[in-house]
Design a protein around this ligand. Structure first.
Ligand code: DP6
Length: 360
């Protein structure tokens, strides 16, 4: 599929109004996307677990305009209040997607969003937010073109979500999603995320992600600045190659259920992401002392219990703990006893593998 396939051929003249509700989860990358080319093309393929309860809920109220304005007109509310500081990001999204949603210029949109997770918790909200918005807009197109099948609608939603925020394209459909062309994943593309094509081992099917909120402040490095750090990075070439080979390996691991290999690969990816930031120009350390303390405790727990608890990190200080559902009780007890002390205000969020976006 190419970009052109997402330009609608049937142009309709809207006169209608209505409401669409969409709920999109966040996702956590196992093999990380870090570095991109123009037009939101990833420098390497990535794969993520789709989350379940950490989600953005978005309502789009659409009203056909009496005359064409030539530009999507919208207003944005976040948790019930107007949020003008989000508007530039939304405007960029509408500009980038105008070609693929030409009917939008005939509508006024009232977009209202809220997150299930605490605001400014340091959890990436752009992925769930952009996925929810993109899928609502594709649903609007689908209401005028009911022949559009669900699979194509998902690809288009993912394609558009990517133009808003790269990782958002992995929050549409499937519990394990690959974004970026990879030789071993049939149908994979730089343009959108695709559900992992094989059946994953049973042990992964109820995987848990407990997010320890170490630092809730404003992100020190925005993702835009972060990805730019890979341009001219001395280790960029090796990193992009490594991501390809890690994806190849994790594909086997997801099928076989080899938890030792999973733990090793996921932690190495997380530390590599931070190593890239620590060795770029300018350089950043996004982990906090409590991040490191948690990592040490996780390693100690693993040594003492033999349980396959592992961590991963985003571009921030919070720690995602990944583990099988069958170990939930023991891990939660460990978190309460030993890790809560390292969380800001003792806060953590329990999440698990989810399915993707829901539309109503
Ligand atoms: C470290 O998707 O937030 O979470 O495309 O600029 O919006 P933009 O970046 P974004 O980057 C996410 C980076 C990451 C790793 C990942 O999710 O793969």
């Amino acid at each position: 599929m190419t970009e052109k396939d997402f330009i609608p051929s049937d142009l309709f003249n809207p006169t209608d109004q209505g409401v669409i509700h969409s709920e999109s989860p966040s996702n956590i990358a196992l093999v990380k996307y870090w570095g991109k080319f123009p037009d939101q093309i990833p420098a390497n393929p990535s794969i993520s677990f789709t989350l379940d309860t950490c989600a953005t809920s978005t309502t789009v109220e659409y009203n056909a305009l009496p005359a064409k304005t030539g530009k999507a007109s919208f207003e944005f509310f976040f948790e019930g209040k107007p949020k003008p500081d989000f508007e530039p990001k939304l405007q960029t999204f509408f500009d980038r997607t105008a070609k693929y949603l030409p009917f939008l210029k005939n509508y006024h949109l009232k977009i209202s969003s809220s997150n299930s997770f605490p605001h400014s918790s340091g959890i990436a909200s752009s992925a769930s937010a952009m996925a929810a918005l993109a899928s609502s807009l594709v649903e609007l197109e689908r209401r005028h073109n009911p022949e559009m099948d669900r699979q194509f609608a998902n690809l288009k939603s993912s394609f558009l979500a990517r133009l808003g925020s790269g990782s958002a394209c992995r929050s549409i459909s499937g519990s394990l999603v690959v974004w970026g062309e990879h030789a071993d994943i049939p149908g994979s593309s730089d343009l959108y995320g695709v559900p992992f094509p094989d059946t994953i081992a049973k042990i992964f099917q109820d995987y848990q992600d407990t997010i320890l909120l170490v630092h809730r402040g404003q992100k020190q490095v925005s993702s835009t600045v972060g990805h730019k750090l890979m341009e001219g990075h001395p280790f960029a070439k090796q990193r992009f190659e490594q991501a390809h080979s890690n994806l190849r390996r994790i594909k086997e691991v997801m099928i076989s259920g080899d938890l030792d290999a999973f733990v090793d690969l996921v932690e190495r990816e997380a530390l590599t992401l931070h190593a890239m930031m620590m060795t770029s120009s300018p350089y950043f350390i996004l982990m906090k002392p409590n991040t490191l303390s948690i990592i040490e405790k996780v390693w100690e727990f693993r040594r003492n219990t033999g349980l396959p608890l592992c961590f991963t990190l985003d571009a921030g200080a919070n720690v995602h703990l990944l583990y099988p559902g069958q170990n939930k009780e023991k891990v939660l007890q460990f978190i309460k006893n030993e890790l809560v002390a390292y969380c800001e205000n003792g806060q953590y969020i329990c999440d698990q593998l989810g399915e993707g976006t829901k539309i109503s």
